[in-house]
Write a protein of this length. Structure first.
Lengths: 453, 164
């Protein structure tokens, strides 16, 4: 994060060439180019005029001399003005004489600069946003000028550096004002301070924007717009700056990725869960939780209803092993193509076998007791009905998917000529009859009371 | 994301068949063991039915977990839990109950003060959900829901077939 103001960072960058701040790149660019004028855009006429009036003997040399020797500046980016003050306090003490001499030469030029700048500001007035932006740029130019001229302009700065947290530039201004304009202190200082406050406010507002807000970058880089920038919300030469609302912080990138993955999975879940028209993630999660609970409850209920049907599992399992899950699932499975395709051939034969066994048992039981026989049939899911009715039903539902069962039952009975006591009866699966009803509760009760043969 | 969903549905047919075969076999096994233990269950009807319900339910979950295989985190966790339960069940049921109560009480004492968020509730529902981060949890939930749905449809079809 950037706790300190950009000006402070600029100060740091002046002294620590390794720091990565826009202002530093600004200045580096300038230094490397060693031609100040062509880098300025047309907005900076005033500054051009200012700077061209000064003669920079060797812009590089004071720059080289300054950072390593003079200024034991702390490398952390704390934004206290006290530190700033300390910087300025230390410089006179640590300056060597030769450096001072060199500085003094540039001091005059900086003073000239400062005076011209101040006059321009006073004439421009305060308040307009554009002018504020211009004023924001100007002090940065001034900062560079200070860098050029060395940071020895500090004799009277200390007292005036009481502006506030973000006031490094403002402090400089005050320093300049105090140092150079001795005569006209009262009014000029007042105006300077007035100037500085709205400037501070204007400076702060883009700074308060998100990391990488284009406003700040635009403001900071318009003067240097020539070098590498193409567009207006530009990506200047510094470290790659993401678009507005995003960040290049590795943490936030990882966070963003994680959020996207979660959103993907939520969308997939939405397709599975019914009633998933919720847009809110929280309510969607609630739906999912309720659905999982509902499914688990359904499994529990179904396992309870199994209790009476265990008797009939054996023939079913025998069928299963040979048919590989065909017939039992076939009836209720909408898409149960697996069994039909693979083991469709065996269906009829095995059904016949199980039904033959059933028939014999029914015949035996019918000889002894009709009631138990009926109960046994009902437990099996079968019932007795006249052959005529059976044939009628079978022909009517010939195309139905349950017809396979019916067909296998009915012709077999007729072919056997197996004689129940009343020859007009035949056995038909109850299932085909109750398919329309859909509920098997009543039958379940009967099944529970079937006595096992 | 659509690709993930289509892959999941392609395997659905295989899972359904495998689950159905396993479940039916385990049902048969249960029936045989039930017959062996007591011909008439009239004396202990209430508890007997509950035990049978639980056994059938466990058989269903075990069959599903095995049908899915160790590919999925939740199926592995479910199989592990069932195996542990079988082991403890064999040793002593009473001891298991006591340890359960102690564990629950301990959890309450050390309870998390914040209310359980939705993700925590989901973690409790999905087997093995404790040791997953949210992203993986959602993925496992999707697969678990799909398998639960197939389980329900198969069991329902079996029930209809048997009882009718």
């Amino acid at each position: 994060m950037r706790p300190c103001s950009r000006e402070m960072q600029g100060m740091n960058s002046l002294l620590n060439p390794s720091s990565q701040i826009p202002l530093q790149d600004l200045q580096n660019q300038q230094i490397q180019n060693s031609h100040f004028d062509p880098n300025l855009s047309s907005n900076e006429d005033f500054l051009e005029q200012m700077l061209s009036s000064c003669s920079w003997a060797d812009p590089k040399s004071p720059w080289d001399l300054n950072p390593p020797t003079n200024l034991p500046f702390p490398t952390n980016n704390s934004s206290s003005s006290a530190k700033h003050r300390d910087l300025f306090n230390e410089t006179p003490s640590s300056n060597s004489d030769s450096n001072n001499v060199g500085f003094r030469n540039n001091f005059d030029e900086s003073v000239i600069l400062a005076s011209k700048l101040r006059q321009h500001q006073i004439s421009c007035g305060n308040g307009a946003a554009v002018s504020d932006a211009a004023k924001m740029m100007l002090p940065q130019q001034l900062l560079m000028a200070v860098a050029r001229g060395g940071l020895s302009l500090n004799d009277d700065i200390d007292g005036s550096l009481s502006q506030g947290g973000d006031g490094s530039i403002q402090g400089l201004f005050n320093g300049f004002g105090a140092g150079s304009m001795n005569g006209t202190d009262g009014a000029s200082n007042q105006s300077m301070q007035h100037f500085n406050h709205p400037q501070g406010g204007a400076m702060q507002s883009p700074n308060l924007g998100a990391q990488g807000a284009p406003a700040t970058t635009a403001v900071m880089n318009q003067p240097q717009a020539s070098g590498s920038n193409g567009g207006a919300p530009a990506q200047p030469r510094q470290r790659v700056r993401a678009r507005r609302g995003q960040a290049t912080d590795p943490h936030s990138i990882a966070e963003r990725l994680r959020r996207e993955r979660i959103a993907e999975r939520m969308k997939a879940l939405q397709e599975l869960v019914p009633n998933a028209n919720k847009t809110d993630k929280a309510s969607m999660l609630d739906e999912i939780i309720d659905y999982v609970k509902f499914l688990q409850l359904q499994v529990k209920v179904l396992s309870m209803s199994r209790l009476g049907g265990a008797a009939a599992v054996a023939p079913l399992v025998a069928d299963m092993s040979s048919e590989a899950g065909g017939d039992c699932i076939q009836a209720n499975d909408n898409g149960g193509s697996l069994a039909r395709t693979t083991n469709g051939n065996q269906t009829a034969s095995t059904n016949d076998n199980s039904l033959t066994v059933t028939e014999h048992q029914v015949a035996k039981m019918m000889e002894e007791d009709m009631g138990t026989a009926m109960q046994y049939l009902q437990g099996k899911g079968l019932c007795l009905m006249p052959i005529s009715l059976a044939t009628a039903i079978s022909t009517a539902t010939c195309h139905n998917r349950t017809s396979g069962i019916i067909n296998s039952h009915a012709p077999m009975h007729q072919s056997n000529g197996e004689g129940p006591t009343s020859p007009s009866m035949s056995v038909l699966t109850v299932q085909s009859m109750t398919m329309g009803n859909g509920g098997g509760d009543g039958v379940a009760k009967d099944a529970a009371s079937v006595s096992k043969p | 994301m659509a690709s993930k969903h289509t892959i999941a549905t392609r395997h659905a047919q295989g899972i359904r068949a495998r689950f159905a075969s396993r479940f039916l076999r385990s049902l048969l096994r249960l029936r045989r063991s039930g017959n062996r233990f007591g011909g008439s269950q009239s004396n202990d009807e209430g508890i007997g039915k509950r035990i049978r319900t639980d056994r059938i339910k466990i058989a269903a979950y075990a069959a599903m977990a095995r049908a899915v295989g160790p590919r999925r985190s939740w199926s592995r966790a479910l199989l592990f839990k069932l195996r542990n339960r079988a082991r403890i069940h064999g040793v002593s049921r009473k001891r298991c109950l006591v340890s359960e109560k102690k564990r629950v009480a301990r959890n309450k004492v050390v309870a998390i003060s914040r209310e359980p968020s939705r993700a925590d509730t989901l973690r409790k529902l999905v087997p093995g959900g404790d040791s997953m981060d949210t992203c993986v949890l959602l993925e496992e939930t999707a697969h678990y829901i799909k398998c639960l749905a197939t389980q329900v449809t198969v069991m329902q079809s079996i029930a209809d077939r048997l009882l009718l």
